[in-house]
Design a binder for this molecule. Structure first.
Ligand code: PEP
Ligand code: MG
Length: 576
């Protein structure tokens, strides 16, 4: 019987730090507790301790330099992170202070190093900002490297070949070396998705799950593990059917990657180098995985109301936070755009008052400002998820400046209540608005100073411009996003965004329409956000577009008399 069938399967959930699936045996590293920080020495040992410190410093610096050289070849953008370590290590002020602690305090070299780094760390450990807290981790890594040097102890990386590293924490330098010898993935007890080890894991395409408490004491070396870096899942001693399922999923992913080929990693730029950011529209966690597989540069629209639709009730703040966090963590460092609940009209009208014309009634922002109890929970959950620094908030169905100002004041109140409770969030979380009413498009220049980005919702913009219900088949012939009236409103909003130096994207269905790509690029959009299955086809078309010619085409379309004339212009263009 193999080990997979002997033991009980256990599952642990952590933070998905780097995507991909790995299956292999564990290699557990348990860092031993280092010396006490108050070990005194006899005065005659001082010269010897100082010499030991210098040798450790020199050997650690030489080791780091070697690793930086490897990083420059294999993951060049990580080299600067490692250089920071070298700077901390060779900082003259710190070295002087360590020497003083040995000479005047009669401390051993180990104790002097511990004291110096602990003193430096204090400020950073207390910081609310995760980026500053990461600085404390850097100091720990450098300190441990020095302590290892003092004890002539070097970690053997070779044993990690074909294994999954499990450790309380991991330094980017060790990770670099483990990757060199062919480690498959890693799991740690601590760390954030913005930590240097996570950044490095993503750039090395090494699956990683982090932040799993006590995992290095739960897993034993040689345990069979499955690491699902997309879901942040660790499975210990998987049952044969779990193992078979993941082996198949791994093969399918590899096969899919092969099929998609180079396009996934290629840039989304036109022939003449104009870049158009490719984002995904998502309604579920599965969509997020598909978006990642297709190389989305971020999420341009999360229809958060799907949470309500799935549950058939308004989710609690905690339920929302879990969902928003999961999406933000999976997509990190790429941004995710959380649109506030767009309920009403054809989307979840249960419990809302009956309206004769719901599409023109209490929908989107109107509903949210009406039900501030619901809005408050959502804003707070979104703000809490924003601590990752990759969350943007977007408002649906804005028609008047007053709505926008009232919403901003309300968000400010939610922020100050979080501040009072000492709950961290991104003070600079970008706020954007949908341009999906003709009023918003026409007044875009007035709206722009109040927001950080625009996203054009052509589905509603078309419905409201042409007065044709998007769900009514009798007027389906009138509902036409290619109609010049819609295009001109889009152009007005795009020009206003440019004049105000804020980005503008399109997240309505037209963004993924094969015939529309060149036209939309020509209109000047910065971002296109589409459902994940359309991402790569869209990228292919972007890469075949000539920006200058696209602008000429857009000018012609804007002058047309009807939607069918626009379609003719686009079709003729294709034939040429
Ligand atoms: C739109 O209106 O174009 C849009 C993207 O929003 P929704 O389809 O969710 O109304
Ligand atoms: Mg809409």
């Amino acid at each position: 019987m193999d080990s997979a069938s002997k033991q009980t399967e256990q599952r642990f959930k952590g933070i998905p730090a780097s995507q991909g699936i790995a299956i292999g045996n564990a290699f557990v590293i348990r860092t031993e507790a280092f010396v006490f920080s108050n070990e005194h020495i006899e005065p005659e040992r001082i010269p010897n301790e100082i010499a030991r410190f210098h040798t450790a410093l020199e050997s650690s610096a030489a080791e780091l330099q070697q690793i930086i050289a490897i990083a420059e070849k294999e993951a060049s953008h990580v080299a600067p992170i490692l250089e920071t370590y070298l700077l901390i290590l060779t900082d003259e002020t710190a070295s002087d202070s360590i020497r003083r602690r040995i000479q005047r305090g009669f401390y051993s070299a180990e104790s002097a190093v511990m004291q110096e780094f602990d003193a430096q760390k204090q400020f950073f450990t207390l910081a609310k900002d995760p980026i500053l807290r990461e600085r404390a981790v850097e100091l720990d890594h450098v300190r441990d490297r020095l302590l290892n040097g003092l004890r002539n102890r070097s970690v053997s990386h070779a044993e990690a070949e074909n294994t999954i590293i499990v450790a309380p924490s991991i330094t980017p330098t060790d990770l670099m070396l483990y990757n060199q010898v062919g480690a498959l993935a890693f799991v740690t007890e601590v760390g954030g998705i913005a930590s240097h080890a996570s950044i490095l894991a993503r750039s090395l395409s090494m699956p990683a799950v982090i932040g799993v408490r006590n995992i290095a004491h739960t897993i034993h070396t040689d345990d069979l593990l499955i690491i699902d870096g997309n879901a942040g899942l660790i499975i210990i001693n998987p049952k044969p059917d779990t193992l078979a399922k993941y082996q198949k999923r791994k093969l399918d992913t590899e096969e899919n990657k092969r099929k998609l080929g180079k396009l996934v990693t290629e840039k989304s730029v036109t022939l003449d180098g104009h870049s158009v950011h490719l984002l995904a529209n998502v309604d579920s966690i599965e969509d997020v995985t598909n978006a990642q597989d297709a190389g989305a540069e971020g999420i341009g629209l999360i229809r958060s109301e799907y949470l309500i639709i799935q549950r058939q009730h308004f989710p609690t703040e905690d339920e929302q936070l879990a969902w928003y966090n999961e999406i933000a963590e999976r997509m990190y460092p790429n941004h995710v755009t959380l649109r506030a609940f767009d309920v009403g009209s054809d989307k979840y009208a249960e419990g809302l008052p009956h309206e004769d014309n719901p599409a023109l009634g209490v929908r989107g922002i109107r509903f949210l400002l009406h039900r501030k109890d619901i809005f408050k929970l959502q804003i707070k959950a979104i703000l809490c998820a924003s601590k990752h620094r990759n969350v943007r908030l977007m408002l649906p169905m804005i028609a008047t400046i007053d709505e926008l100002i009232e919403t901003k004041e309300f968000i400010e109140k939610c922020k100050s209540s979080l501040r009072k409770s000492n709950i961290p969030f991104d003070e600079r979380m970008p706020l954007g608005m949908m341009i999906e009413t003709p009023a918003a498009a026409l007044m875009a220049l007035n709206f722009a100073p109040h927001v950080d980005f625009f996203s054009i919702g052509t589905n509603d913009l078309t419905q409201y411009t042409l007065a044709a219900d998007r769900t009514n088949e009798y007027v389906a012939g009138i509902f036409d996003p290619f109609h010049p009236a819609v295009l001109r409103l889009m152009k007005t909003a795009i020009d206003a965004a440019k004049a105000s130096s804020i980005p503008v994207g399109i997240c309505g269905e037209i963004a993924g329409h094969a015939a529309a790509t060149e036209l939309l690029i020509g209109l000047g959009v910065d971002e296109l956000s589409v459902t994940p299955p359309l991402l790569l086809e869209l990228k292919k078309r972007i890469r075949k577009t000539d920006f200058l010619k696209a602008q000429t085409l857009a000018t012609m379309a804007l002058r047309a008399n009807s939607g069918s004339e626009v379609r003719k212009i686009l079709a003729n263009r294709k034939k040429k």
